[in-house]
Design a protein around this ligand. Structure first.
Ligand code: IFM
Length: 462
């Protein structure tokens, strides 16, 4: 893996010099967008018949969120969505990725549907249609109805079947109004942060449970795709995975083996079942899958043809077995999340999955998330976030190189439109192109928003 990686052009040394060429490397019809999620922006926690999700419970538990905040109001997008869609139109976006709050449309996660909840999403879609912005809907961005958690959540196999039922109903209502439906956002996080280290809701710390949960999430994905396919919807169907390359710190056999294992348990753990119909061999060699509840036929259910794959990229994994572990040089620095800025990894990742899965039904890829947290400061003159512009430019360049190397990438969604509730970091981290003053709910365009608008216009002008 290392040798192949080293052959990819070095993004660190090339940004800006080839600006015109890079812009021209995006094919006609490439879709430019932004992404958000329900709990992070909507939330109007107690309005419109919405019931609590696991994130309401978690964020209201003392000590779970760094600034002791919650998503009760967040960006008040539930009321301000017309203004937010207006901003998207002014940015010149083709597409918008958002998630549906399951407990808004089905408060208990099974049984009764909440019409008021569906009405909200219908009004949002009306507004997007009016502005000719294609809607890309994610069914699950981590906010499981609390009522299902009370029955065991994703550790309970039944949850997968409830999810498929929910997917079917959403597709029945909106499957002809949205451009795509993704089943899950970043199931790696739901399993490993929700159940592995407990940093995210529901806050369970149990490595074995995390593996069982990841299997149920994959199963729910397969069941949901099957359920939605029955409806003959026009929406493209897929899943969104967060991915990274795992790069060994040295050429030592130990580092190389550990990097291969890291890649297997994060990227291939989800990709192999979906595209190859089995868990990665290296994981099967290291783990005793018979300890887990995997039924005959599950892998066939998970292994459904997809119309698209969503890839979220933020950083690489730098793998060192030395003690203390070697740290990456971080030539481009780290973000406000403490994540290394490493655009080369983006190209490596995309070309790598293309190579590995193209013979296994890999569909067109959308970059469904990529973005940066910056310690933005609002001044009288605005928000001068040159670091975000630099990040964006370098990562778009990395995507362009992957396209030039033959990867079929159809769109890019910046994370995120607005500053928002950054999970266990609360409101301490800002990813938005648009600054949110949480006291007044005023939205202020950062320099990066103007830059992204002009970038999109320039690409279209080619
Ligand atoms: O804010 C999150 C998003 O919800 C999922 N992907 C990563 C983002 C930044 O941490």
């Amino acid at each position: 893996m290392t040798n192949e990686l080293n052959q990819t052009p070095d993004v660190v040394n090339s940004p800006y010099q080839a600006e015109v060429e890079v812009e021209a490397m995006f094919p006609p019809g490439f879709c430019w967008g932004v992404a958000t999620s329900a709990y992070q922006i909507e939330v109007a926690a107690n309005e419109g018949g919405r019931a609590p999700s696991i994130w309401d419970t978690f964020s209201h538990t003392a000590g779970k969120v760094k600034d002791d905040s919650n998503g009760d109001v967040a960006c008040d997008h539930y009321h301000r969505y017309p203004e937010d869609v207006e901003s998207m139109a002014q940015l010149g976006l083709d597409c918008y990725r958002f998630s549906m709050s399951w407990s808004r449309v089905q408060p208990l996660g099974q049984g009764e549907w909440n019409e008021e909840g569906f009405d909200f999403y219908s009004r949002l879609l009306d507004k997007l249609e009016e502005k000719k912005i294609a809607a890309h809907l994610t069914l699950y961005h981590w906010d499981l109805p609390q009522a299902l958690q009370d029955k065991g959540g994703w550790l309970n196999r039944d949850c997968a079947f409830h999810f498929a039922h929910y997917a079917h109903e959403v597709a029945r209502r909106f499957g002809h109004r949205v451009a795509s439906i993704a089943t899950h956002n970043e199931p790696w996080c739901s399993a490993n942060l929700g159940y592995g280290n407990g940093q995210f809701a529901p806050g369970v710390v149990d490595a074995v449970a995390a593996i069982q949960v990841s299997h149920h999430l994959l199963l729910s994905h397969g069941l949901a795709i099957q359920a939605m396919r029955q409806l003959d919807v026009t929406a493209k169907l897929g899943i969104v995975l967060n991915q990274w390359t795992a790069e060994p710190a040295t050429n030592s056999a130990a580092d190389q083996a550990e990097a291969a294992w890291e890649y297997a348990r994060s990227v291939q753990w989800f990709m192999d079942p979906i595209f190859k119909g089995h868990y990665p061999q290296i994981a099967l060699d290291r783990m005793d899958l018979s300890r887990f509840d995997v039924h005959d036929g599950d892998m066939e259910i998970i292994h459904q043809p997809l119309d698209f794959l969503g890839v979220n990229y933020y950083f690489r994994a730098y793998v060192s077995t030395e003690q203390p572990p070697r740290q990456p040089e971080a030539k481009l620095g780290v973000t406000d999340m403490g994540w290394e800025i490493y655009p080369q990894g983006f190209t490596h990742l995309l070309t790598g999955i293309h190579r590995e899965y193209k013979e296994h039904g890999l569909p067109p890829i959308y970059i469904t998330e990529n973005g940066v947290a910056v310690a933005d400061r609002l001044t009288a003159g605005g928000v001068h976030d040159s670091a975000r512009i630099d990040y964006l430019h370098r990562h778009l360049e990395a995507v362009a190189i992957a396209i030039a190397e033959g990867v079929d990438i159809r769109g890019y969604f910046y994370w995120s439109l607005l500053d928002n509730f950054e999970w266990n970091s609360g409101y301490l981290r800002r990813f938005g192109l648009i600054y949110v003053d949480y006291q007044s709910q005023q939205r202020i365009w950062k320099d990066s928003a103007y830059w992204y608008r002009d970038w999109i216009a320039a690409v279209r002008g080619k």
